[in-house]
Design a binder for this molecule. Structure first.
Ligand SMILES: [Fe+2]
Ligand SMILES: [Fe+2]
Length: 326
C-alpha cells in the first residue's frame, strides 16, 4: 500500500513529502522501444525520492546516459550499477577497438562509472537523509556471476533434474558472444567483489545494498507467495490460469550457471543490510531471509510481461518502493 506524506513545515503546504522514499527497478532493457516508453510514462511524482537501478539498462552508452539523465529528472537521486548487458562490446566500432586492445568489458565498465560520476548518478555508497529523523546508507555492489567451471565454490550453480547440454547453453548465453574480457588474475566475480571491499563494513545507520546479480541460490526458485503473486498478476492481465511449475523457464536451460555468486551474500551480511535489491533473473522476488529483505523488481521483456511473469508491475506501474519498509 502506498502512502503519501505532505510536508507542513513552516505551516506552509510546500507539496514535498516529509518522507524520502527509496524505489527500485532493474532490467529496464530500454533498447526495446516499448520499455523506453514505459519508463518515460511513469506518472507518479518522485521529485523528493531516491531510485535504485540494479543494472541491465542497455548496452548502448549514449542510450544509457540519456536514460539515466531522464531518471534524474524524475527523482531527486539516482543510484545505479551496471548489469551484464552494459558490458557487452557488440557495436562494430567497439569491436574494432577491442581488436586493437583499446576496448573490452572492463574498460567499458570503467567508462560507465566515469560517465555516472560526471552526470551525478551514484555508483558508490552514499548516506541519505530520509526526512524521518533516520538516515540510511545506500551501497551499490558491483558483481558478476561465477559459472561452475570458473569457480564452483562461489557459483550459484545447481544441477537440476534435466540433462544439461553445457555447450548448447554456453552458445545460447549472449554474454559469451558479446563480452570481451582482458586477462584477469582472479575470477570475474571476485574481481568485481574486490572493488567493493573498501566499502564493506558495519555502518551506524540502516543499509540498503543492491547488485545486478543474485546473491543466493534460494532466490532462483519462487516461494509459494511469489508463485501466488504471478497468479494474481495474470488475473489482473485477464490471462488464463497457468501451470506454475518453472514459470516460463526455458526447458533444458539451467539459469543457475549464470545467476550470481556467493561472495555477494558474504558482503551483504558483512554490511548488515536491511534490504538487498537485485535484478538479472527477470522473475520478481520479495522475501525476508535471515533478517534481510531481498527484492527484485525487473521490467524485463514484453513477452515475459505479457505472461504476467513480472508480478508487481500491475500494482506499481513503475519502480517499487523498498524504503520505508511496509
Ligand atoms: Fe536483464
Ligand atoms: Fe542481467
Amino acid at each position: 500500500m502506498r502512502t503519501n506524506f505532505l510536508c507542513f513545515s513552516c505551516n506552509v503546504l510546500c507539496g514535498l513529502r516529509m518522507t524520502r522514499r527509496v524505489f527500485a527497478i532493474s532490467d529496464l532493457h530500454v533498447d526495446h522501444p516499448e520499455n523506453l516508453k514505459w519508463v518515460e510514462n511513469w506518472s507518479e511524482s518522485y521529485e523528493n525520492d531516491i531510485l535504485i537501478v540494479a543494472g541491465d539498462v542497455t548496452d548502448s552508452l549514449p542510450l544509457l546516459k540519456s536514460t539515466l539523465l531522464m531518471l534524474k529528472k524524475k527523482f531527486d537521486t539516482v543510484f545505479y550499477v551496471p548489469g551484464n548487458h552494459e558490458l557487452w562490446v557488440r557495436k562494430e566500432s567497439q569491436r574494432a577497438s577491442a581488436n586493437t586492445g583499446s576496448m573490452d568489458s572492463i574498460k567499458k565498465f570503467n567508462e560507465i562509472i566515469t560517465m555516472c560520476e560526471v552526470i551525478d548518478v551514484y555508483t558508490k555508497p552514499k548516506r541519505m537523509t530520509t526526512g524521518e529523523g533516520q538516515d540510511i546508507i545506500i551501497v551499490p555492489l558491483y558483481s558478476w556471476y561465477s559459472t561452475p567451471e570458473e569457480d564452483l565454490d562461489d557459483s550459484l550453480y545447481h544441477c537440476g533434474p534435466e540433462p544439461e547440454d553445457k555447450e548448447k547453453m554456453n552458445k545460447m548465453w549472449m554474454d559469451n558472444h558479446f563480452c570481451i574480457w582482458p586477462k584477469l588474475d582472479t575470477s570475474r566475480s571476485k574481481y568485481f567483489a574486490k572493488l567493493n571491499e573498501e566499502h564493506i563494513k558495519q555502518y551506524d545507520v540502516p543499509v540498503i545494498s543492491f547488485s545486478h546479480f543474485l546473491p543466493r541460490i534460494d532466490l532462483v526458485l519462487p516461494t509459494k507467495e511469489e508463485d501466488e503473486a504471478v497468479v494474481k498478476e495474470r488475473q489482473l492481465l485477464s490471462l488464463p490460469e497457468m501451470k506454475l511449475q518453472r514459470q516460463g523457464a526455458f526447458p533444458g536451460f539451467n539459469f543457475t550457471r549464470f545467476a550470481g555468486c556467493k561472495v555477494l551474500e558474504t558482503q551483504i551480511r558483512q554490511l548488515g543490510s536491511k534490504v538487498h535489491v537485485h535484478g538479472h533473473q527477470h522473475r520478481n522476488r520479495d522475501r525476508i531471509v535471515n533478517n534481510v529483505r531481498y527484492v527484485s523488481h525487473c521490467l524485463g521483456y514484453r513477452m515475459e510481461r505479457e505472461k504476467g511473469l513480472m508480478w508487481g508491475l500491475c500494482e506499481w506501474k513503475g519502480p517499487k518502493q523498498v524504503w520505508p519498509l511496509s
